[in-house]
Design a protein around this ligand. Sequence first.
Ligand code: ACG
Length: 478
Amino acid sequence: MFYELYLRSFCDGNGDGIGDFIGAERKLDYLADLGIEGIWLLPILHSPSYHGYSVIDFFSVNPIYGTLKDLRNFLASAHKLDLKVILDLPMNHTSPNHEWFLKALDGEKPYRDWYLFLKDEQWLKARRHWDGEQVWTNYSGQWVYTLFGPGSPDLNYESSSLWQQMKEVLTFWLSVGFDGFRFDAAKHIFDFSLEKGICEYQHSRNIAFWKEMTAHCRSISPNSIFVSEVWDDAQIVDLYSTIFGIGFNFPLAEDLKTSVATRDPELLVKSLRTDLNRYFRSKRSYESGIFLTNHDMSRLVSAMDGDKELSLLAMSVLLSLPGVPFFYYGEELGMEGVYNAYFNEEQLEPFLWFENGYGPGQTEWKALGKNHPHSGRSLEAQKAVDGSYFERIRAILEFRKNNSWLRLATIRGLRRRENLVILRVVGESRNAFIYHNLGKKRVALEDVSSLQIINGSLSRYRGKRYLGGFSSAIEVTK
Ligand code: ACG
């Protein structure tokens, strides 16, 4: 299970209010205790932007996070606790302040070839694939291709010297001690057709690119872990994930949240069948990165309209599925935050360690807009209360930790009985039935022997077992 960590908001080690490597290193025990086995570190390379996805130097860390030595210490401490750490690497674009880009604007080779300059006025008509935004930006009279906006001109991988340059970047970060990468925007390396002058994904060229990059990494570090971010339909995700080994399952994230939010067991059954269809077979060419939320989405409690029982149910459904779970920081506290494509800071708020909003390690780089002090949401407050949201999430995480066999399990059965969704899952010589109640009322479970609660409540009445509303339980039969 991976924890998606936004360093700036996690823990401040030097008192400047900004999260950093030293601070995060002090909280590694906290993560290991939660049952986390790996950390996906959101971008930490030198960048002027709060999100870090627009890099100005691919060979240095953002100085606000500490030094390279601090990072090495963080990685060494993580490894001592058996935690893997993967680096989020945005290779599709740079900051417009990157030296390469400034030299490219001056016409200097090879940098000029590393970005895409307008060659045909017709190209200006091109619109972004999914939302129709314009994709060209004028920098002092020169038009450049910028799929993600003016703050991040795209790198142009038509140039072979750029491939070589990026291999050096990968070598460098593996030598620093990372266990692998979360490859950002993997389907965007080639996403503009020079022939047609329109935005069009060139999946086979992208795949050839990633094959070469991952082979390069494996030649240095054979056990490298790769996770691909391809936000698309299942067939497209499939195309890429085989190369990387783990592919984020975006359709599952959306469908699972919708079916729980709308309390629709039929939709849940349908979605699991479609979105996890490879887990119905015992042979798989890659693992699914299963998750509910990430930094590009509203936080879970906000997505559930503030309903914590539904949030907990969504989490227990997720964490009883096969695949590699990813858990977004702060979700264990039930932090809130609504995603907005133009200003996505709300779901990146400081992790709330202390109830009054202040204390050692608390970050203060931005005001707490949604997750106020004295709201009972801090770790400090919730740890002290039996049955708090945090304690309940912790119990679900504990369940997953004790049932790590689920990662590679196969789904052998999936059915619905009114509000009850029942999965039969097998793996590592185990056979289990998993029950989720998507309704508010308790339901009777028939023919069950040994039941263990994952989340919610179980009761007994006149010899019958009942699963409480919005609850999940497991029965391991061998
Ligand atoms: C990554 C990072 C993100 C980052 C960038 C750029 C890329 O996680 O934080 O932005 O470095 C697209 C890209 C993703 C990208 C997101 C933000 N994420 O593909 O790589 O945008 C559709 C499209 C997707 C699209 C998604 C966005 O297909 O391509 O993602 O919409 O909403 C169904 C469909 C599915 C559809 C969804 C949603 O599921 O099957 O196709 O997805 O519905 O409609 C960062 C910052 C930015 C900054 C940038 C430079 O956050 O602000 O500009 O860096």
